[in-house]
Design a protein around this ligand. Structure first.
Ligand code: SF4
Length: 88
């Protein structure tokens, strides 16, 4: 019970995030299309857009809580100047 309470606190404070995936890629759309970017996909979006193409990200409970400092450190290993934090 205490573990769940601690995890909830860390999540609410943004110390840990339900990380679905993170990867280095080339932006495929938008103003920065064609430029390198590091993508961080976080679970738990509750907006429910009907056009969302990553609905499997919605359920935060199925994505591992990951320390946000670790996520930042991972992003820093790649040469891109852009980081995209997204849900879908
Ligand atoms: S992840 Fe993005 S596209 Fe999907 S429901 Fe949330 S805001 Fe909408």
């Amino acid at each position: 019970m205490e573990t769940i309470k601690l995890q909830k606190t860390l999540l609410e404070q943004g110390i840990e995030l339900p990380l679905m995936e993170e990867f280095y890629t080339i932006q495929g759309e938008g103003f920065h299309s064609g430029k390198p970017a590091y993508f961080i996909r976080v679970g738990g979006c509750d907006l429910g857009c009907h056009w969302c193409d990553v609905k499997e990200s919605w359920d935060a409970s199925i994505h591992p809580l990951t320390n946000s400092d670790q996520i930042v450190e991972n992003a820093g290993k790649f040469p891109s100047k852009a980081v995209v934090v997204t849900g879908g």
